[in-house]
Design a protein around this ligand. Sequence first.
Ligand code: ATP
Ligand code: MG
Length: 179
Amino acid sequence: MINSKSKTHVIWLTGLPSSGKTTISNRIVDELLRRGMKAELLDGDEVRKIISSELGFSKADREIHARRVIYLSKLLSRNGIIVVVALISPYRSIREEARKSLENFIEIWVKCSLQTCLSRDPKGLYKKAKEGKVTNLSGMQDPYEPPEHPEIILDTEIRDPEECCRIVLEYLSKEIINV
Ligand SMILES: Nc1ncnc2c1ncn2[C@@H]1O[C@H](COP(=O)(O)OP(=O)(O)OP(=O)(O)O)[C@@H](O)[C@H]1O
Ligand SMILES: [Mg+2]
């Protein structure tokens, strides 16, 4: 059982566009709030509009954006808020930086094949990439480096969002009991 004395975590979801990060993150945060925990979602897209609107999608700009998200995560987490980050974060190096900078960092690989992501495409980004209207889309024109040792892998082609959320909550419960 997760309770208010629990240590805080930063739960970092990485994965291709349309893999399911936002969908699952929203569920995790809703469930934590329902259980009386303090939790906040930092969704890459939303946060970018506010604090990184001047940035593009080059490797350097993605790194700057991710560093800002790491900083925000640190501020929230040291004030007892569980932070859920939903960010493509395609480069291993910046995720390793996040791991080093943040206490109780949990890396989750939201795993989904490019083919399935292409068929989901809720934002139409893959379509735009195919038409050349979007460049630098991770997995298409840009690299996506999957995590080598994530704490959790959620295969969203096999498990539905509810099941994915349950796996994360169970992992958190075990972690907290071990404190
Ligand atoms: N098991 C699953 N988990 C999560 N999403 C799923 C799953 N199965 C199907 N979906 C669908 O896949 C889509 C995932 O979109 P979502 O916006 O969550 O992806 P994302 O990883 O946040 O993408 P982006 O990086 O572009 O923000 C949604 O339309 C969702 O309903
Ligand atoms: Mg998203």
